[in-house]
Write a protein of this length. Structure first.
Length: 354
């Protein structure tokens, strides 16, 4: 939707970065409280309450008359929608044994790229046809359907299954190190998955639909990669080791995409697909590692901490990346962001399982 939003509100690239960051602005504030609430009242009620409110905020965004109002409504939608991050992960943690959680949480994490793939196909069509407003309304309807599914079908973990290892996840230094390394990874994810449509549309002359098709392919492949990474981690009996290996491969893939910025589309698009897939593949491993660090009883709080850290990156990175690209070039922007997963690979070394 980024090109349509840019045209509708007559925004600069830097302002588009703020719009893309708006959801994460809200998430930063509420993810930990949602996790604590899920630990207290259960996943089912938490998800139903949060997603209902998030859908209402998206309707507000649909009728925004100016840039500032749009950003405010999207921030509120993110703040309320953050309920699913901690609550759904906490549910899966309690449903599966340790040797199954990597795969199970990897499947759960495919919700993000799957939703992104659906959005990349449907929303540009709505924006180009009925109008941008209906794209936001469609998002609201999808959110309300999620609230209904959670209320009707989700079952909270039975009390005997809830066990905890960490008395207070907030005081665990290793959890915070995991959060820091993961935040460096998310910078690459946002630069590729968040800006690929704008890059291909503006810099390479792709139509909005064709550029969105590339994003849809990235989301689908990224979802499959999350499942594969989760299964891989179960077989290894480790989460951090595969997480670091993905970080190193991701840095190399983004460097290759930067080198090919001006190359033939037949070379550029496959490199972006590889970089995009890797940029989406790691989240389930980080998510699982955080949840297991705290145990099922406190996994809501631990996931809330981890997702808050990622959302801080999700708020800062789009604005910074857009500003760098506007001031220099797409090539330099991609080259600089490739340093982030490399730094994350180094930061996570003390946590690597032996």
């Amino acid at each position: 939707m980024a090109p349509a939003i840019q045209h509708r509100y007559e925004l600069s690239l830097a302002q588009v970065g703020v719009v893309l960051a708006a959801v994460n602005i809200g998430l930063v504030v509420t993810l930990l409280p949602w996790g604590l609430l899920a630990d207290r009242i259960g996943e089912r009620t938490t998800i139903a309450l949060g997603l209902t409110g998030s859908g209402a905020a998206l309707v507000g965004a649909a009728f925004s008359g100016d840039y500032g109002t749009l950003v405010a409504w999207l921030a509120l939608a993110g703040a309320l929608g953050g309920c699913v991050q901690s609550a759904s992960g906490r549910a899966v943690m309690s449903w599966f044994a340790a040797e199954e959680r990597g795969l199970a949480l990897g499947i759960r994490q495919t919700a993000v790229p799957l939703g992104g793939a659906v959005a990349a196909v449907v929303l540009p069509v709505l924006a180009a046809g009925p109008g941008l407003r209906w794209s936001f309304v469609a998002l609201a309807v999808g959110t309300w359907l999620g609230a209904a599914v959670g209320l009707v079908l989700l079952r909270d973990a039975p009390a005997p299954a809830l066990e905890g290892e960490l008395a207070d996840p907030l005081r665990d230094g290793r959890l915070w190190l995991l959060c820091g390394g993961s935040t460096l990874y998310v910078a690459a994810q946002i630069a590729v998955a968040g800006f690929v449509v704008l890059f291909l549309h503006q810099a390479r002359g792709f139509s909005n639909g064709a550029a969105a098709g590339v994003l849809a392919a990235i989301q689908i492949l990224g979802g499959a990669a999350r499942i594969g990474a989760g299964r891989w981690s179960d077989r290894l009996g480790a989460r951090i080791v595969p997480l670091r290996r993905i970080g190193a491969a991701l840095a190399a893939a983004i460097v290759l995409s930067a080198v090919l910025v001006g190359a033939s589309a037949w070379l550029l698009v496959p490199s972006l697909l590889v970089a995009g897939t890797l940029s989406l593949s790691w989240n389930g491993l980080s998510y699982t590692a955080a949840a297991e660090r705290a145990g099922t009883a406190r996994s809501g709080a631990a996931i809330g901490i981890q997702q808050t850290a990622l959302s801080v990156g999700g708020f800062v990175v789009p604005i910074a990346f857009a500003a760098i690209v506007a001031a220099t070039s797409w090539r330099l922007g991609f080259l600089l962001v490739a340093l982030c997963p490399l730094a994350g690979w180094a930061a996570l070394r003390p946590l690597a399982e032996r």
